[in-house]
Design a protein around this ligand. Structure first.
Ligand code: G6P
Ligand code: ZN
Length: 543
């Protein structure tokens, strides 16, 4: 077993984005590309010598090869131990849990989340720190710096490790522990939720459809929902992870989970529907005849969390990303707890969770989670909903109507303009940014602008400041438009326009969201000059 030092690098553009490094799979397959990034991670954290890591991925194309590469490199860099999911599979929240539970120094997650998989699709890698969460900006900046200067990486001239069977093996002098991906995660869920109660709900005839979208949550959902909770076989669909997610787009939203949406809106809809993404951290919640926006889901969960055993003592606070609707702020206000507004990206919740300032967090991008791990957690959100439905006995639609009657409704929709040429996307942002200071008190599409700024976040825990986190435009009458460029795409730029309109408890909560948002949308289009600058007549995706 010889350690080999290979001269390679640097590669351009290895800058971690919103959630790690995402590139086309073929880019990651270029000789030395993955290796230089992994070596840069090790270099940035002061070496891997004597350290332990968790490594796992969502099973997409190139997952197995990448894991074998990482195992050889970790061994060659002197790591003491790596915990790997059987077959290389681990959902992102399961990685986070293992890092915390086993006290490892960190972990590497192989995934491009909700982006499609395959040789002509996307791949990604993300480094998580010892708290189980994505590396914060100071560490990702350090990794990026390393990638710009790297000239060699260290690996082992050795064969692959057999990841097919659970048990302890080795790569060189390094211990490799192959674990069942589900066991420890499920044990954690048992500490948070009343499994007996949810089992009784299913036994009483409650019906559900969970779409695993051919991605990593299949085995988790089968074991927990159909196994431990006794939901009928067939409750979980598309349950076998495949390298290209069944040629689908594993993003749990009404567009990409259309089959599930259609079923939930049909006459034969089950009581409850849910889906999760490629790596299992996102969730979509849908009731019979009603889609629950991620922003509303966070608010409903916050308002009812104490019904689940893990949260019975109340919440410390609630955090949401800036573009997420203010629905959860209203809940926090009523509960008399703190609410926080962070930039997009789960990593920004880490400090608040570690400091015990918040218990629940959520994002409009279909992410919800709590202090049980340091990632968002798709199946966790589904189980919390199930626990709440089991306790209240209410259908999802009644839950939402009652919620809006108490707190008012934040109508919400995100409009995405995808794969826009970078110059055009930058022009849209620049157009608004240049005029930010004169927008206030001007009117667009009949709506007066009441506030306009570029969002900067001051982390209340470590004092760090993150600038340019999106443009916020407040409109009279409770409207808001937010603009930012996606940090997770791999193809040109994606402009996200987040539209919101608040209607109070006494208002009409029965409108179609796009109808309720029509004026805010028109104002956004006028302010941005979107159509002229991008040449697009409308968004590609509305979620
Ligand atoms: C990833 C992160 C999320 C974030 C999302 C936003 O999923 O884990 O925390 O909200 O990306 O992506 P965007 O494409 O809008 O930058
Ligand atoms: Zn994901």
């Amino acid at each position: 077993m010889t350690v080999v030092t290979v001269s390679k690098g640097p590669f351009e553009g290895q800058k971690p984005g919103t959630s790690g490094l995402r590139k086309k799979t073929r880019v990651f397959m270029e000789p030395g590309y993955l290796e230089c990034f992994v070596q840069s991670v090790f270099n940035a954290i002061g070496g891997a010598e004597g350290k332990s890591f968790v490594v796992g991925g969502d099973g997409r194309f190139f997952n197995r090869e990448a894991i074998q590469t990482i195992l050889k490199m970790a061994a060659a860099n002197g790591a003491a131990m790596v915990i790997v999911g059987q077959g290389g599979l681990l959902s992102t929240p399961a990685v986070s849990n293992l890092i915390r539970q086993r006290g490892t120094d960190g972990g590497l997650v192989l995934s491009a989340s909700h982006n499609p998989g395959g040789i002509d699709a996307d791949f990604g890698i993300k480094y998580n720190i010892a708290n189980g969460g994505p590396a914060p900006e100071n560490i990702t900046a350090g990794i990026f710096e390393q990638t710009q200067n790297i000239t060699e990486y260290r690996t082992l001239d050795a064969g692959d490790v057999d990841l097919a069977a659970v048990g302890t093996t080795s790569q060189g002098d390094m211990v490799v522990e192959v674990v069942d991906p589900v066991t420890d995660y499920e044990a954690l869920m048992h500490t948070l939720f009343d499994f007996d109660r949810i089992r009784a709900l299913f036994a009483s005839g409650f019906t559900m459809r969970f779409d695993a979208m051919h991605a990593v949550t299949g085995p988790y959902a089968k074991a927990i929902l159909e196994g431990s909770l006794g939901a009928p076989a067939g409750t979980v669909i598309n349950a076998v992870p495949s390298e290209d997610f069944g040629k689908g787009h594993p993003d749990p939203n009404p567009v990409w989970a259309k089959t599930l949406m259609d079923e939930m809106m049909s006459d034969t809809a089950p009581d409850f529907g849910a889906a999760s993404d490629g790596d299992g951290d996102r969730n979509m919640i849908v009731g019979r005849g009603i889609y629950v926006t991620p922003s509303d889901s966070l608010a409903v969960l916050a308002a009812n969390a104490t019904l689940a055993p893990g949260y019975k003592d109340g919440l410390a606070g609630v955090a949401r990303s800036m573009p997420t609707s203010a629905a959860s702020d209203r809940v926090a206000q009523k509960l008399g707890i703190a609410s926080y507004e962070t930039p997009t990206g789960w990593k920004f919740f880490g400090n608040l969770l570690d400091a015990g300032k918040v218990t629940l967090c959520g994002e409009e991008s279909a992410g919800t989670g709590s202090d049980h791990v340091r990632e968002k957690d798709g199946l966790w959100a589904v189980l919390l909903w199930l626990n709440i439905l089991a306790e209240t006995g209410k259908p999802v639609m009644a839950m939402l109507n009652d919620h809006w009657a108490t707190f008012g409704r934040n109508y919400y929709s995100r409009h995405d303009y995808e794969a826009v040429p970078t110059e055009a996307a930058t022009a849209v942002m620049a157009r608004v940014e240049d005029r930010l200071s004169d927008l206030t008190s001007q009117s667009f599409a009949g709506l007066k602008v009441t506030s306009a700024d570029s969002f900067s976040y001051h982390d209340p825990v470590d004092g760090s400041v993150s600038h340019n986190q999106g443009l916020r435009i407040g409109l009279e009458g409770g409207g808001r438009a937010v603009l930012r460029l996606s940090g997770t795409g791999t193809d040109g730029a994606t402009i996200r326009a987040y539209l919101e309109q608040y209607t109070g408890p006494e208002g009409d909560h029965s409108l179609d969201a796009e109808t309720a948002l029509a004026d805010v949308r028109s104002a956004m289009l006028e302010i941005t000059d979107m159509e002229a600058l991008t040449g697009r007549a409308g968004p590609d995706v509305r979620t």
